[in-house]
Ligand binder design. Structure first.
Ligand code: MGD
Ligand code: MGD
Ligand code: MO
Length: 763
């Protein structure tokens, strides 16, 4: 008999009292109730710190509490009083710790001391910072820079990221995979080709001007809850909000603003989505094709009857290329193919198209439900197609809004964390620092995994993150990882990646963003870029949790100094002493993007980077915004004959591989994450009832066995043939080669699997 999760129904809106309760309980869990409530008042304020959770925009005029339930969880998690130092590691071998859950590992608290793995005792033992840097430097000097990978998770500041990429390039590598390779890389590949910028075009005030808002595959409820405020305001203005998602995500249905005392007394909350279309997993390309077809055919009809045009004809003529070919493709597509591939009825798509065609300023938001698919790049371009039809890019209240993940993931790309040399001003770096940067393209995340499997990677440095837990193909990755010569992990909390040692392994604990960072010239600030290209300064508020922690810039500089020969054009110590000098260096490298960087650091609402597409200047190969003819939109996913499409997604109680607790309140599941959400019809067909345990097995036929058992069946409102379970528990089911064409983002939202019933039943 196994422990089982409790499954109930969650009827309340997102936000509301449940949200306040969750905030109070995480502050208690992390033993920071009083301290936490003081610090939360500084969250996302122009004189405070930028939340370490999501990257959603921060308003110029913040609310008294400019944080959400999950932002509060992330804060409590970082400012926790719990610590783990050398005594903890002396008591527990890595073999033992590998048996602990992700939650147990991080819940031990903040890392306090630099540690080195000792194979004899199978434990981490303390070392001094000097020794750690000296050893890591000596190792790196021995290695071929091409065999060294420098990973970044999207949390580190612009200053740290700039220093990190510069160090890597001076050392001789462009191997800079980062978390965005698993995330919005499909966006970063698609958008430059069609609108000439790698990022979204909307600014926060655009939400006040929009007269229609679309959502594709993004769960605002838990992943960017502060975004529910502009949505609520829009909903109250009567703006139609149309959502496409296989799951009915609570925050996109109803929301109660926990900061509004009157709303808190009324239980219903505000309705958010006016239309909610539960398409099948991977059905967006077809749904978008249907939307475009409906708009184009309505325009054809208007033309025939001399009625008012539906398309923005002037915009299409002046600003776009490829319209005719795309329009013909839409006209030719059959509704039956569109219905089959999208899982939606023609009437539903027409209902949405009707609203879109009437609206004058439309914002399209999207997330991992679009990017983490085999055809994710094409689907992003389909969203652009739809927007271009009515000139919805480059005008107030309209635009494309990829909702980014980590709080500075977008900014890291802006300052040179990229494996693609064409995205980095290498000549400028060469000129400023008088060195010859490598000119070859480096490894992205999937490439890095392939190279690790082949034994070609010898050294791996992580600036944050939990690489081994976040990537696909767990059963092959962990054994291959232990063949690394060097693993150096800069981190705040213990995670699985730290427990699989290479020959030489270091754990380097750093200050978190919420902590006061005092250097030679006094307390320092750092900067980040939000999802809407606005740059914000952030000042630590809390006394560091332990003495002897170094800041991320200091750790990067420490390794750099121990590895590189001296260079008169760069003074690492001066940079550590005063981060404003690093910002000056960023401005020198990117003079247009970061004009007057230091002067504007604390501008309320952040300062936006200039963006061509916002002004309808298209830096594309044709000089125009480009329509794309889709190739894969109507190909239905692999299923039938017992094969189902699995999406792996986030619960309310987690931030990526950080598991705060085992609950997913809004989906009605508490006390367990080993569940699989299924349609009742599929359950009946497989002879399953609620709380049965099943095993998922990947349908791949490549000779690798990938399966995960002990998953408790939860009957759920999800389309037939689509099933859902949690990331990172399911990552072993994803083949490494199962990724988005063109961007190599692992296709974590559409894994073909078979389902078999386990012998055991739930207790
Ligand atoms: N609290 C919290 N906040 C977070 C994170 C976290 O883990 N916890 N992670 C951060 C990071 S790094 C990221 S990238 C973002 C992720 O935020 P999201 O982009 O919301 O990512 P997921 O939670 O994976 O959920 C994807 C959504 O897409 C839907 N979906 C799945 N497949 C499809 C599909 O084929 N079509 C459509 N239309 N929808 C689909 C799912 O039902 C779900 O609602 O959140 C960031 N913020
Ligand atoms: N199956 C599946 N896999 C996925 C996804 C999915 O939806 N499904 N989503 C993908 C996505 S969108 C992403 S972004 C990746 C996330 O992948 P990563 O970014 O690699 O993972 P995180 O879980 O965010 O990393 C958590 C760790 O970061 C460290 N950390 C936290 N704060 C700091 C800090 O301030 N400094 C430093 N140095 N370290 C810190 C802590 O030690 C913590 O354990 O996972 C991807 N993997
Ligand atoms: Mo992400």
């Amino acid at each position: 008999m196994r422990e089982k999760a409790k499954v109930g129904k969650y009827d309340a809106p997102a936000g509301g009292w449940g949200s306040l309760h969750a905030v109070a309980s995480i502050l208690t869990q992390e033993e920071v109730a009083l301290l936490g409530s003081e610090i939360l008042l500084k969250q996302n304020k122009p004189d405070g710190f930028m939340c370490v959770s999501c990257s959603w925009a921060k308003p110029a005029k913040p609310r008294p509490f400019e944080f959400c339930e999950n932002g509060a969880k992330a804060t409590a998690w970082e400012i926790t009083r719990k610590t783990i130092g050398p005594e903890f590691f002396a008591r527990h071998t890595l073999t033992e710790l590998r048996g602990w859950s992700d939650h147990q590992l991080e819940e031990q608290g903040r890392l306090t001391h630099p540690m080195r793995y000792d194979a004899g005792s199978d434990t981490y033992v303390p070392v001094s910072w000097e020794q750690a840097f000296r050893d890591i430097g000596a190792e790196l000097k021995q290695l071929d820079p091409r065999s060294v990978v420098m990973y970044t998770s999207g949390r580190a500041s612009l200053e740290t990221s700039y220093m990190y990429q510069l160090f890597g390039r001076m050392y001789g590598t462009n191997n800079f995979p980062d978390s965005s390779n698993m995330c919005h890389e499909s966006t970063s590949v698609a958008l430059p080709e069609v609108i000439g910028v790698p990022v979204g075009t909307v600014l926060l005030p655009d939400y006040e001007k929009a007269d229609c808002i679309l959502f594709f595959g993004q769960n605002t409820t838990t992943n960017s809850p502060r975004m529910l405020h502009p949505l609520e305001e829009a909903a109250k203005r009567g703006v139609p909000i149309i959502t496409f998602n296989p799951l009915r995500e609570r925050g996109l249905e109803r929301f109660t603003n926990p900061q509004n005392p009157i709303e808190m007394l009324v239980t219903g909350g505000t309705r958010i989505s006016t239309q909610y279309h539960q398409l099948r997993i991977g059905g967006d390309g077809a749904a978008l094709l249907g939307l475009c077809k409906a708009v184009i055919e309505a325009d054809d009809a208007a033309l025939a009857t001399k009625g008012p045009r539906v398309l923005d004809v002037m915009f299409i003529e002046q600003h776009t290329s490829g319209f005719e070919e795309f329009a013909n493709c839409c006209r030719q597509a059959s509704w039956s193919d569109i219905e089959r591939a999208s899982g939606l009825r023609r009437s539903e798509i027409l209902e949405a198209a009707k609203v879109y065609a009437k609206s004058h300023a439309v914002i399209a938001n999207y997330g991992m439900g679009i990017t983490q698919h085999r055809h994710g790049v094409e689907t992003v371009k389909m969203i652009v197609n739809l927007l271009l039809l009515r000139g919805n890019i480059g005008k107030p209240g309209a635009g494309i809004s990829p909702v980014r993940g980590h709080s500075n993931v977008q900014g890291q790309r802006t300052v040179g964390i990229s494996e693609k040399t064409k995205l980095v001003p290498l000549d400028k770096l060469a000129e400023l620092y008088q060195f010859e940067p490598p000119r070859w393209d480096g490894l992205n995340t999937v490439d890095a995994c392939e190279a690790i499997l082949k034994g070609e990677v010898k050294g791996f440095i992580s600036l944050g993150g939990n690489f081994l837990r976040a990537v696909p193909e767990r059963s092959l990755m962990e054994p291959a990882w232990s063949k690394l010569r060097l693993s150096a992990q800069i981190a705040t909390k213990l995670n699985r990646t730290h427990l699989v040692p290479g020959e030489v392994t270091y754990l380097l604990p750093c200050l978190g963003r919420i902590e006061v960072d005092v250097q030679a010239t006094g307390p320092q600030a750092v900067a980040m870029e939000d999802s809407t290209t606005c740059i914000h300064g952030s000042r630590g508020q809390r006394k560091p949790v332990a003495q002897g922690l170094l800041s991320e810039p200091a750790i990067v500089a420490g390794i750099a100094k121990a590895t590189l020969p001296p260079n008169p054009h760069i003074d690492w110590d001066a940079w550590i002493g005063d981060y404003s000098l690093v910002r000056d260096a960023i401005e020198r490298t990117y003079p247009e993007q970061f004009k007057d960087f230091n002067a504007r650091l604390f501008q309320p609402g952040g300062f936006p980077r200039p963006l061509g597409a916002r002004e309808r200047k298209w830096k594309t190969p044709t000089g125009k915004a480009t329509f794309t003819v889709p190739k894969a939109a109507l190909i239905p996913p692999q299923e039938g004959g017992g094969v189902y499409q699995l999406m792996t997604l986030r619960a309310d109680g987690q931030f990526n591989t950080t598991i705060y607790n085992e609950d997913d309140r809004f989906r009605g599941v508490t006390g367990g994450r080993h569940v699989v959400f299924m349609n009742k019809g599929d359950m009946a067909e497989l002879g399953l009832i609620q709380d049965d345990f099943v095993t998922l097995k990947t349908e791949a036929n490549d000779g690798v066995e990938r399966s995960l058992g002990g998953l408790q069946v939860v009957a759920f409102n999800i389309p037939r043939n689509s099933i859902a379970a949690y990331y990172p528990e399911c990552n072993g089911l994803i083949p490494l080669w199962h990724y988005a064409e063109g961007s190599k983002v692992p296709a974590a939202k559409s894994v073909p699997v078979r389902i078999t019933k386990d012998a055991a039943r739930a207790a």
